[in-house]
Design a protein around this ligand. Sequence first.
Ligand code: IPM
Ligand code: MN
Length: 356
Amino acid sequence: MGQKQYNIAVIPGDGTGPEVIAEGLKVLDAVSGKYGFQLSFHPYDLGGEHYRKTGEALPDEVFESIKTCHAIYLGAIGHPEVPPGVMEKAILLRLRFELDQYVNLRPVKLYPGVEIPLKDKGPEDIDFVVVRENTEGLYVGAGGCLRRGTPHEVAIQESINTRTGVERCIRYAFELCRRRNRAKKLTLCGKTNVLTYAFDLWERTFNEVAQAYPDIETDYVHVDALCMWIIKNPERFDVIVTDNMFGDIITDLAAILQGGMGMAAGANINPEGISMFEPIGGSAPKYAGQNIINPIAAILAAQLMLDTLGETHAAQIIEKAVMKVLTEDLKGVAAGQMGYSTSGVGDLVVEFIEAS
Ligand code: IPM
Ligand code: MN
């Protein structure tokens, strides 16, 4: 039997992206040898820095080449000298939309040894997953403006929700909830009391799809209340499904329950196509180039990638290695407070994998 081989498009991007991706690649190299599959990395120089040098964001021929890969491993997109929204739209959102990565999967899991601001809550209380719709809602850029810069300016930004888009995301969440096989509880997070068109569609679809999953308990929580409940009683949640904007907001909040942005990873998933894996913390320009940023979110994004590609043993060993490093080695998880450099943390993860 031939070795499995995967082509991985690697987009280190801006700020601390390249530093954390380098550590993820080290870890991926360590596991691929051990578990008998091959990873070929195809680097793409994209992001704010490249845009400022060349005026190019994501040329079509580059996109076509990325599309030939099995998965994408992305660091961060966003540059302080480029106006907000330009790079995000031209690269990150374009990849998500055009590759139809309709689920943004964000695990929220507190590992032992990680300190968080909540007292009285530990790893046994914090282990849920957010399934964020990733191709619709407020993110599609529907709308426009009139009389810009005048006192009569009008700005309209509409949330687009389609039955198909909502249904496929909800269905994914039910399937995931069943696969996780934990509390088997799926919570719809919305705002049915105000957004009476959009979340009426979400709620009806949710209830209809639920009919096919009698083994899954269902629950509904308004987004504002959910922000309170995930802090007050995070143990109440197993899988949460929500729209693009709410998912964006609640996962930054939820990242604090995991130890912060340096710990939070996400997957942009097209179950039938090319998925993309990223630490969700952004480019953190103030820490760039100092070798002090926490690479664990990027390493966990690599773990999510292998898990999604079906390399579950390799994914498990990465998680085990991360858990060992968190409990036995690191002083903290915030940038500059780990007791190790960025590359030092990567080395520790690799050492554990090689010794196991
Ligand atoms: C995220 C980010 C992006 C988003 C930005 C950079 C466009 O915040 O992945 O959560 O809003 O989706
Ligand atoms: Mn975000």
